[in-house]
Write a protein that binds this ligand. Structure first.
Ligand code: DX5
Ligand code: ZN
Length: 226
């Protein structure tokens, strides 16, 4: 079995009780922190000072998803804060190779995200620069949206390219992940799953994480990577 990773998104958590909300998902693999700037996406969340406080009290590693314009300028500061993983959007970076290298040199894993309509093909030559490829399965900006099945062929193409290249890149999916849609995303080749409403909307988030983990873990196929 490929054991998948479940990264709950605190976008669906109670923002006034973040420390307690983090404890409720302490059995997850990482906490997904959505940073939005009201420019790259039409919504505003939290900035680096709050992310640093989350980092200080979180029982599990942070997986930051930066939905911000001018990622080249702002993303390195999140790596400097000691986050385990920092993901920028390809559409928001003028120099994604340089930025990915900068994140790694500052000690974070480097992730790059693609909006639903952004093809993966222009980025295949830089896979070795990345630790994670995030394929958005909704338009970024809001939790609680429906999973876009039109992203499944892109997940499959990315999986085939990664397996073919031997690059150790994890494929993360984010948006509309439920106990039902996670199966389709896993079959297409994703191994890291972000879930906001499916975890924090559940009465028992820890039980929801376990159910998602069971549904998202697939029989081992070829050179599948974590
Ligand atoms: C959306 C965010 C997601 C969001 C997922 O732009 O990037 O991380 O919180 O929420 P659900 O799982 O409810 O779609
Ligand atoms: Zn996200």
């Amino acid at each position: 079995m490929t054991q998948c990773c479940i990264n709950p998104s605190i976008l669906s958590a109670d923002f006034v009780n973040l420390e307690a909300e983090l404890q409720r998902i302490s059995t997850a693999d990482a906490v997904h922190v959505d940073v939005m700037d009201n420019h790259f996406v039409p919504n505003l969340t939290i900035g680096l000072p709050v992310v640093q406080r989350i980092q200080a009290v979180s029982p599990i590693p942070l997986d930051a998803h930066l939905m911000i314009a001018d990622a080249d300028r702002w993303a390195p500061g999140f790596a400097d804060a000691g986050l385990a993983s920092v993901t920028f959007h390809a559409e928001a970076s003028l120099a994604p190779v340089k930025l990915a290298r900068e994140l790694r040199s500052r000690g974070s894993k480097a992730g790059m995200a693609l909006r639903p309509a952004t093809p993966v093909e222009p980025y295949l030559d830089m896979l070795t620069e990345l630790d994670m490829l995030l394929i958005m399965t909704v338009e970024p900006g809001f939790g609680g949206q429906a999973f876009l099945d039109l992203t499944l062929p892109k997940i499959r193409r990315a999986r085939a390219a990664i397996d073919g290249s031997g690059a150790g890149v994890a494929i993360q999916v984010d948006g509309g992940i439920t106990e039902e849609t996670i199966v389709r995303a896993a079959e297409a080749g994703a191994t890291v799953f972000v879930a906001g409403s499916a975890v924090y909307g559940a009465d028992d988030p820890a039980a929801a994480i376990e159910r998602l983990r069971g549904q998202g873990s697939r029989p081992l196929r070829g050179a599948s990577t974590e």
